[in-house]
Design a protein around this ligand. Structure first.
Ligand code: IPD
Ligand code: CA
Ligand code: CA
Length: 263
């Protein structure tokens, strides 16, 4: 679909901006609206979001945009772009090349297509509703594992050092007691979702995510045959929410571990 092409064009343009900043060493500062000194933003986040929106508006001038840094259109708009210019800013700011541009396109409240792009590794993750998910051109497929003791679990920590952090740590402990192969915290929710779609993680959870963190990645998981709900097992909505993504087969078993700790 045209929107997928435009999302790719926008991600590619943002990738150039991000690479330039990454090579010169990003200067990070605490976000003014953020949760603490560890909630970072850089000039690259701001410039990349402007670049993405410019590309989208050139082709679709009247579409609504929800972007992490400065776009807050109505999420109920019939055509909506949901943008995270750099997902994984802490990695970016510390020189770790594991971050991504994430762009999801929603039509009538439903995800229609999404792009997640790591501009350093030149990794492209594309999803289109009903058409599948593709990682660098290869069809993505969630893992076939049926039990928790056969999988790695991905986890994310929201910018919180209180109840949410404690709940996440307690859940990790319970997962280990289910004999999982291990826990991974890579620091980029959109790429964590791609890891579920690609079958690297059996499941991924986080107790708070924002729409731009998962708008594209949730579709990627579903198109790869996986399941995405809130961490309570409810349908996911485009709002600040908890999230559990899995290969589907272990979804209930994972829910049984994470739901009791839900803050
Ligand atoms: C963050 C990352 C991280 C997740 C946080 C997100 P940001 O996004 O996706 O993995 O744990 O909850 O906020 O701030 O780097 O765009
Ligand atoms: Ca993010
Ligand atoms: Ca971000």
């Amino acid at each position: 679909m045209q929107e997928l092409d435009v999302a790719q064009e926008a991600a590619r343009a943002a990738g150039e901006v991000i690479r330039r900043h990454f090579q010169h060493g990003a200067i990070a500062r605490a976000k003014e609206s953020g949760s603490g000194t560890y909630d970072l933003v850089t000039d690259a986040d701001l410039e990349a979001e402007r670049t993405i929106v410019q590309v989208i508006r050139r082709r679709f001038p009247t579409d609504a945009v929800l972007g992490e840094e400065f776009h807050r259109d109505d999420v109920a708009a019939p055509r909506l772009w949901v943008i995270d210019p750099i997902d994984g800013t802490s990695n970016f700011a510390h020189g770790i090349p594991h971050f991504a541009v994430s762009i999801g396109f929603y039509e009538a409240g439903q995800p229609a297509c999404g792009v997640i792009y790591n501009p350093i590794r030149e990794d492209w993750y594309l999803a289109e509703r009903g058409q599948g998910a593709f990682h660098n051109g290869r069809r993505a497929k969630a893992a076939v594992s049926e039990r928790l003791d056969q999988v790695l679990i991905g986890v994310g920590f929201y910018y919180d050092r209180g109840a949410m952090m404690e709940a996440t740590l307690a859940t990790i402990g319970d997962f280990f007691r289910q004999h999982i192969h291990g826990v991974r915290r890579f620091g980029t929710a959109s790429l964590d979702l791609c890891s579920v779609g690609d079958g690297l993680f059996g499941a991924f959870f986080e107790y708070t995510l924002s729409p731009w963190d998962f708008a594209a990645g949730a579709l990627y998981v579903q198109e790869a045959g996986g399941t995405v709900t809130t961490a309570r097992g409810e349908p996911l909505r485009l709002e600040k929410t908890s999230l559990l993504a899995s290969n589907g087969l272990i979804h209930q078993a994972a829910l049984d571990v994470i739901r009791p700790h839900h803050p």
